[in-house]
Design a protein around this ligand. Structure first.
Ligand SMILES: C[S@@+](CC[C@H](N)C(=O)[O-])C[C@H]1O[C@@H](n2cnc3c(N)ncnc32)[C@H](O)[C@@H]1O
Length: 277
């Protein structure tokens, strides 16, 4: 299957060389009047071409992110605004950052026509020069290398922030979830989700014992020492601020907030831990 990477290379190539599916004019966003700017799927963009996410996948991506009215969604490279507008129709404050000014104007008109201009806003900017740290949900449909370039910034976002990408991964940061648009979607029909993990690595004073954790993205390894006996932990992972692990046949689940961890054991005991380093 052709990838957006190939399409990015097509920036320097005639649109005629793109697949027929990618070179067809896409239906204008809702609300676009006759004679208005009509983008072409596969047209060049600053760092990646414009190809719209199929609407069925937009819907599934928002389901996957479990967006609520308490969220702020930002679409990085928002194209014709469909993800932002669809989220706004669900009552979610949403914002698109898009480099192409014509696509920004098209999106703003579509939001107006759909009656969600209050909730769906757009700006013409470079995503690599923008501050999107206020978002609790990030959506993107870029390229693997662009995702990896954004990864350090995404990992600095508030723990629990959901990142949902159409088709492309985040390098060695493995996704927490994957979905397929299903139905009659024919290309770019899969999405992945990551939840920005809280930082749990380090030494914790864990009740009367000690918990030593190393962390790679959401994955944890380490040792729980209790009564002088060190036990390796297993099934250990972060889910935003949530933490879960097993040690010595006991399961522990709870929350991590900066220097404090509170977990409950499978047996019902509560243990509070504090960062020792
Ligand atoms: C593959 S399209 C995805 C559009 C939309 N997010 C969607 O899913 O339908 C990528 C978009 O990113 C925009 N883009 C490329 N580089 C950008 C940059 N550095 N800053 C902002 N937008 C960019 C392109 O113009 C294009 O609209």
């Amino acid at each position: 299957m052709r990838t957006l990477r190939m399409l990015a290379a097509a920036c320097a190539v005639s649109a005629l060389t793109l697949t027929s599916a990618m070179s067809q004019t896409t239906a204008p966003a809702a609300g676009a009047a006759a004679g208005e700017y009509k983008p072409n799927s596969g047209q060049p963009g600053k760092d990646v071409v414009w190809v719209p996410t199929p609407q069925a996948l937009v819907d599934r991506m928002l389901d996957m992110a479990k967006v609520t009215k308490d969220d702020t969604l930002i679409d990085l490279g928002s194209g014709d605004g469909r993800t932002v507008i669809t989220a706004a129709k669900r009552g979610v404050r949403s914002h698109g950052i898009e480099y192409n000014p014509d696509l920004v104007t098209l999106s703003q008109r579509a939001a107006q026509a759909e009656g969600v201009a209050e909730l769906a806003t757009f700006e013409r900017a470079d995503i690599f020069q923008s501050d999107f740290s206020r978002a609790s949900v990030i959506t993107l449909f870029l390229l693997p290398n662009l995702n990896v370039r954004l990864r350090p910034t995404l990992l600095e976002m508030k723990p629990g922030t959901r990142v949902v990408s159409n088709s492309f991964d985040m390098g060695d940061w493995e996704p927490d979830d994957r979905i397929d648009a299903g139905g009659d979607c024919t290309s770019y029909c899969r999405a992945m989700k990551w939840v920005v993990p809280a930082r749990a690595a380090g030494a914790w004073k864990f009740g009367e014992g000690q918990l030593q954790l190393t962390q790679t993205y959401q994955k944890l390894e380490g040792t729980l020492t209790q009564g002088g006996k060190a036990t390796p932990i297993s099934a250990a992972k972060m889910d935003g601020t949530g933490i879960a692990f097993t040690a010595g046949g006991e399961s522990y689940t709870g929350q991590v907030t900066d220097k404090t961890m509170t977990v409950r054991t499978g047996g019902g005991a509560t243990i509070t831990a504090t960062k020792a380093d």
